[in-house]
Design a protein around this ligand. Structure first.
Ligand SMILES: [Zn+2]
Length: 285
């Protein structure tokens, strides 16, 4: 099956596929371990910064190696890509999907640039999925003291969603429905507009992706998935778990120098976060 078939299957079942970002092999293997435990397909995301750190070709090769060795539905997505150049590199490297992010642009320009991205990707390989963003939800996966300026202020409307999908030909849409990138330091993230998700899904006619899902309460995630979200992005909570695990690993083994021993706690902590999220996305808790 192709990546799109897994997304359609998730939608039919009323569950969501997890999309988790990585900066290294520690997180990748932890995510893979959690996905295999539940036998669910999974997307690995790499932002422009993460891609630069791991290497575009290298990131694609790592995920492809896992897919082939284990005959497992694990896919790689070029998360938030802001230029056609970046998209070209990801497609050439063999990514399964790309996200063109023109959410900060005026609507017309976002339509035009997104269409350009879709036309390019589909001219090279029709099976590579293109997702686009409508409505600015902030751009950094960090821990916030307060909601970043401008993020989530303008929610996507069903009418905009339909016009945007029709004009661009994207495969998936990431709307602004109360979600923001990153997570709040001392409180849960803002609540999602579940009814709006339902109306956008109906109007858009393509699967919806929820970005910035770190810090969102379980009830909202469950309701959002039932209302029409087919993929959920988690990054910040993984980063927080990774950091905590690294700190603990160093603290517990003051004389150790073998990275694979020191990083074990980070791997376990990331695994636990991912497993917990996948259970929510599949209505197992
Ligand atoms: Zn995102």
């Amino acid at each position: 099956m192709r990546a799109i078939d897994y997304i359609k299957e998730a939608e039919k079942k009323g569950v969501a596929i997890g999309h988790f970002n990585i900066s290294d092999v520690v997180a990748l293997m932890a995510i893979f371990r959690a996905a295999r435990e539940l036998e669910v397909s999974v997307f690995i995301g790499v932002s422009e910064g993460e891609r630069e750190f791991i290497g575009v070709e290298e990131a694609a090769a790592l995920v492809k190696a896992l897919r082939e060795e284990h005959n497992y539905p694990i896919f790689i997505n070029a998360d938030h890509t802001y230029s056609l150049e970046g998209i070209k590199k990801a497609v050439a490297a063999g990514f399964d999907s790309i996200i063109f992010d023109g959410a900060k642009l005026p609507f017309e320009e976002n339509v035009q640039k997104t269409k350009e991205a879709v036309d390019y990707v589909k001219s090279v390989n029709k099976e590579v999925l293109v997702e686009a963003e409508l409505g600015y939800i902030g751009s950094s996966s960090k821990v916030w003291d307060k909601v970043p300026e401008g993020a989530g202020l303008q929610k996507t409307t069903p009418e905009q969603a339909r016009t945007f999908v029709d004009a661009t030909g994207i495969d998936m849409l990431a709307p602004s429905v109360g979600n923001i990138h990153g997570m709040m330091k001392d409180a849960p993230n803002p609540r999602l507009d579940i009814e709006l998700i339902r109306r956008i899904r109906e109007a858009a006619g393509v699967p919806l992706v929820l970005h910035g899902a770190s810090g969102i309460i379980k009830e909202d995630l469950t309701a959002a998935i039932k209302a029409g979200i087919s993929m959920v992005h988690i990054n910040t909570e993984i980063r927080v778990a990774w950091r905590k695990g690294v700190e603990e690993g160093l603290k517990h083994q003051p004389d150790e120098v073998a990275p694979y021993k020191l990083l074990r706690e980070a791997a376990d902590d990331v695994y636990k976060v991912v497993l917990g999220k996948l259970k929510i996305f599949n209505h197992l808790v």
